[in-house]
Design a protein around this ligand. Structure first.
Ligand SMILES: Cc1cc2nc3c(=O)[nH]c(=O)nc-3n(C[C@H](O)[C@H](O)[C@H](O)COP(=O)(O)OP(=O)(O)OC[C@H]3O[C@@H](n4cnc5c(N)ncnc54)[C@H](O)[C@@H]3O)c2cc1C
Length: 425
């Protein structure tokens, strides 16, 4: 058994939620040990470096506004505030984001179809809307819905929109007025219609460095993959055949994983876990020995023959992410957890070949190509998510396990919100 005090609190996972929980408990003089399956901390807020190119492990920017959390991040690292200007790539045309507000570059024919359908969009109260398919048609009209967000939903969420519910949308997707759509079709818009004006990113050290203050002084044990939890004896067992007793257990592990770790877990809990959906994802990371390949901080791609849904430019997040005179791109490719997964080779080839056309580079510009896989990216709001999530979380609570983070609370949390769950625990 690990040599720790019995009064200790054990935290599973050293992502932003685990780090935040550890930091805030330790501030209250509560001894804490964090156990992490990887050999480094940060989880999805971590990074990897190849040949001097740094790539974040999925997270991109912070949009935190809460003064206390912002102060924790700013004390850790000096931050850039990038204006939120993103683009959309649609059959060879570049449109500023959000596309519905910026139709100007499209052909007159396509603009006419979008606007005609926008004017005749179905009129429904929010309470009458049954699924995301209907929501998208009500917001945008049929033509735009079918050509833009439907395609993106299949690529980003790995689902048909009719399979998803709508409570998650909140401020994440803005609704446009007819006036805005018309203006955006007639002329280029200066106004930013995004949910936030600025996005923050550390000047040095990658996204993870916003956590330097909180990580300092924490006892994190690496290469400790939890595989079984005895909630009667209060012991966590690890893959390396060690174990640790706990007085209090806090988990940021994905619900479908932790359920499997509990011997004698009732059937209805395992069934609820089986019904959850999430996306897993590949990241294709590319480094170039040219400074100008990356043109946009990030962009969305709607064409379905291009597997990647979104592409980010790490060197535009911060020049500290690349060697001098270089640039970089990172593409995200998602699959539903229960759908057939394409091989890394197929995904890498499709992404590189398609991005050559979209971003205008060739093989001789590439310094490095990397592909890696994350088993948990986004939790998916398929029908029944709230009921199934509540069944599992209530059961875990009844077994004395507190859950935090995106996958512990099974919610569409941005990084600062995952941080908040660690703070609140
Ligand atoms: C594609 C994508 C883009 C995103 N972009 C943004 C963005 O721009 N801005 C933003 O604010 N948020 C963004 N997010 C969300 C943000 O990344 C998450 O909210 C946040 O990183 C979640 O942190 P967490 O601690 O909850 O989970 P995680 O980071 O997943 O941490 C969980 C930790 O538990 C460890 N673990 C798992 N299983 C075990 C086990 N059995 N034993 C021990 N340890 C284990 C993992 O290795 C990991 O370190 C993005 C997410 C995705 C997927």
């Amino acid at each position: 058994m690990e040599n720790i005090l019995l009064s200790n609190t054990v935290i599973l996972g050293s992502g932003i939620s685990g780090i935040s929980a550890g930091y805030h408990l330790q501030k209250k003089k509560i001894p804490v040990v964090i156990y992490e399956k990887d050999n480094d901390w940060g989880g999805l807020c971590g990074f990897f470096t190849i040949k001097g190119f740094r790539f974040d492990r999925f997270v991109h920017f912070s949009f935190v506004k809460d003064p206390y959390i912002l102060n924790c991040f700013e004390t850790s690292s000096s931050l850039y505030a990038h204006p939120t200007v993103a683009y959309n790539y649609y059959h060879g045309v570049w449109l500023k984001h959000p596309a519905i507000n910026n139709l100007f570059p499209l052909s007159s024919d396509e603009k006419a179809k979008i606007i005609a359908d926008f004017v005749q969009r179905p009129q429904k109260n929010v309470s009458e809307i049954q699924n995301y398919d209907e929501w998208l048609r009500v917001q945008n009209g049929n033509y735009f819905a079918e050509h833009f967000p439907f395609a993106y939903t299949r690529k980003y969420w790995g689902q048909e929109p009719r399979n998803m519910e709508t409570k998650w949308i909140g401020i994440r997707i803005r609704s446009a007025s007819l006036d805005e759509v018309l203006k955006g079709a007639f002329e280029e818009q200066k106004q930013n219609f995004n949910y936030t004006d600025f996005m923050m990113y550390p000047k040095k050290g990658g996204f993870r460095s916003i956590l330097n203050l909180c990580r300092k002084g924490l006892d994190i044990r690496f290469n400790k993959k939890a595989i079984r939890i005895d909630t009667d004896q209060k012991i966590v067992f690890f893959e390396d055949k060690t174990s640790v007793p706990y007085n209090r257990l806090i988990s940021s592990l994905p619900l479908p994983e932790i359920v499997k770790m509990l011997p004698d877990c009732p059937q209805n809990i395992s069934e609820a876990a089986d019904k959850l959906h999430w996306t897993c994802g590949y990241q294709v990371s590319l480094g170039f020995h040219r400074p100008d390949v990356a043109k946009h901080l990030w962009f969305y791609i709607y064409d379905e023959d291009i597997l990647t849904a979104r592409v980010y430019s790490p060197n535009l997040k911060s020049p500290d992410n690349v060697p001098t005179g270089c640039s970089s791109l990172q593409a995200e490719i998602f699959f539903d957890c229960k759908a057939p997964l394409l091989s890394a080779e197929t995904v890498l080839q499709n992404t590189v070949e398609k991005l050559k056309q979209v971003c205008h580079f060739d093989d001789s510009d590439i310094v490095l190509k990397d592909i890696r896989f994350e088993p948990y990216a986004n939790i998916t709001f398929t029908h029944g998510i709230y009921e199934n999530r509540a069944i599992i979380i209530d059961y875990l609570k009844s077994r004395g396990i507190d859950v935090i983070g995106r996958f512990g609370q099974w919610d569409y949390l941005w990084s600062y919100q995952a941080f908040e769950t660690g703070m609140n625990v």
